[in-house]
Ligand binder design. Sequence first.
Ligand SMILES: Cc1[nH+]cc(COP(=O)(O)O)c(/C=N/[C@@H](CC(=O)O)C(=O)O)c1O
Length: 398
Amino acid sequence: MFERIDYYAGDPILGLMDKFAADTNPDKVNLGVGVYYDEDGKLPVLECVKTAEQRIADPISPRPYLPMAGLPGHRKGCQELLFGKDAQILQDDLVATIATIGGSGALKVGAEFIHEWFPKSKCYVSDPTWGNHIAIFEGSDVEVGKYPYYDKATSSIKFDEMIAFFETLNKDDVILLHPCCHNPTGMDLTREQWDTVLNVIQARELIPFMDIAYQGFGEDMESDAYAIRKAVDMGLPLFVSNSFSKNLSLYGERVGGLSVVCPTVDETERVFGQLNSTVRRIYSSPPSHGGRVVDIVMNDEALHEQWVGEVYAMRDRIKSMRSKLKSVLEEKISDRNFDYLTEQNGMFSFTGLTPEQVEQLQSKFGIYMVSNSRMCVAGLNSSNIDYVANAMVDVLKD
Ligand SMILES: Cc1[nH+]cc(COP(=O)(O)O)c(/C=N/[C@@H](CC(=O)O)C(=O)O)c1O
């Protein structure tokens, strides 16, 4: 009956988690999946989340179905984080926002919506991008193309090529963008470059789809949303998928959001209705526990302030690991440029190691990076950074 079903080769990112768990090397280091680990190598529970959990636990309450769009407080939290508390588009009800099953769920609902209502649109992703971007859109029968983005040879962005490519695209083609903390390269556009990108998108009447999964890990909550808010200022139609997995450290609670900025209230209503309809036919409604944590943290002023401070502490620890690794490597290998480690933003660094060198790190040292040479810098800490640096020197010198 099922003998013709293909074997699943496994996910290049999530598959690393199983391999890492099974690795008996006492010195093993997980620099694979995009998860923030603290200085003790532990996945943190944020203080603001602990408070929210206590409020949810006492008194314990029933767990009814949530609305298809999720809790209003979860949706409001997404909108204010992305667009700003006092954004005019929020006062004018021009944003259709649903709570989703993580950022992945947001991307899936967005992809289904585009397939249904923009059937001729292709979706263009950066080269390289987060691998699941391609799988999610193709899984919704949206044709996916790639735009030039990263130049491995110079560890820089192929900006002119990217713009020239955008200028060849058709009206309503979708451009999937990373507003900050690009995955997997860590290389972000400058504000001037974003302005140029958005001008081309406006001139070509393309549809920007911004996937922000690491807001707060780049510069700060507002700066990381620069591209989003600039697109709004320009009056562009805009899709935004966001994730609370990393910046609330709620990975397994599957909390995120999908927002669509519309030109009129009537269009917002139409879009909101179809987003609900799309949710209903995929997973019906989002999980309540994570939604309640988001609602409480985002809408309680004191908890929100505490949360921002906790995100910046995570950001700063990652930045300190970047500069520490850079200086250790520079000491040991004088003829190789490691500037990329501190030029790149967010959790990831594209190390430029060859697949063979990545494999050697894993087999010889129990150090896990994604095969495309992406390293999750958040897996580094003071007790493993020298070990990782020495191992990188070893494989780089072979
Ligand atoms: C850019 C981006 N967008 C969306 C997601 C999905 O987030 P979630 O809210 O958990 O559904 C991830 C997850 N990235 C990390 C984990 C993964 O691959 O699923 C990663 O790149 O390691 C992203 O890196």
